[in-house]
Design a protein around this ligand. Sequence first.
Ligand code: PMT
Length: 399
Amino acid sequence: MCDLLRRLKEFGYDVRVVPTASALKFVGRPTWEALSGQSASSDIWEEVQDVPHVAIGQKADLVIIAPATADLMSKAATGRADDLLTSVLLTTRAPVIFAPAMHTEMWEHPATVANVETLRSRGAIVIEPSVGRLTGPDSGTGRLAEPASLASVCRAALEGGSGSADLAGRRVLVTAGGTREPLDPVRFLGNRSSGRQGWALAAAAAARGASVKLIAANVDLPEPAGSQVIRVETTSQMFDAVLAEAGEYDAVVMAAAVADFRSTSVANRKIKKDDSGNVPEPIELVRNPDILAALGEKWSQSPTPVVVGFAAETISDEQDREAVGEAKRAAKGANVIVVNEVGVELGFESALNSASILDGSGVVIHVPQTSKEELANAVWDAVIARLPRAERGTEFPAG
Ligand code: PMT
């Protein structure tokens, strides 16, 4: 969590750490104070002239409890306020995110399950813990999400987030990364997609309470907090994975950069240079299936899933780019298209992006260059506007 704190500071946020007495057995108060540049008291009776249990809660734009133990969630669910942190949870009206960490048995215990349900029903975001190595030699569900991915969830909640759990109870499917088409055992046709935009979409959806599945092609980023990830490599693998599940989701967002072509043949040994200096045989290409077009054909007339595509365009004139993007939306039958300009250090790989969001109504939402999390929130706003209203999620305050 020292790493999470450092990342949040690097994003430019003021961070106040409120450790519990147990937390201080792991990491001492001087560490929290040095890294945050602020007092890190646990005690309700310290600095009483500032009435900290009220002031900290009122001042916060976001509260994240990480790691959230079974004990802390139990206290929060029953409204106990016997230390500074649990008191802050009652005084804040900011969004509250719990990032649980505990052994599998504790996570699955009916008491914890009921507490998580109570917290969610009040609008809190309880991120699903990761599956992996736990404190002891054992592995399972209950591992704390990676600090980098928790930082991304916080950023998503703070930058363009709705401040409400308006995707609670919703299931969303997101594709990320770039598909690769093999030429031989060591070479492929591919693109520069890092998966950052897809990861940001997942973080923003998780921060608004959705249950998220990511279908990721060749992404080398830490596991995203609260999302289930299916790894694929090629376009046809992504096609199969997306089409098999799309109908079970409220929205499908295709942020992956999908290879349009593949080689007609894949050599089973490394293709060798010809010592005579001749150029190699040309690579013959064949069209890949279009995943977005298949989704559009099947679902664009149903209320769900809302089908969203991204259009990667190198056209610098905004109006021309939007016209091409809108034509792509209509041709593929998507409900919404997010048109981003791509090029060297634009769109691909960078932490920033900018886009126009079009839904065929003639209304265009312009998102000037910003974090990929903020753009992701604008995409979810467009999705939510199309979801059947009665089923929308719960509002904050949480606590
Ligand atoms: O991953 P990052 O480094 O963060 O970069 C993000 C991004 C630039 C890759 C992302 O923002 C983006 O633009 N993704 C879409 C890239 C793309 O494939 O654009 P396209 O214009 O070629 O395709 C349009 C849409 O059709 C896309 O939603 C694509 O996923 C989909 N498609 C394309 C081809 C195909 N065979 N099947 C598809 O489903």
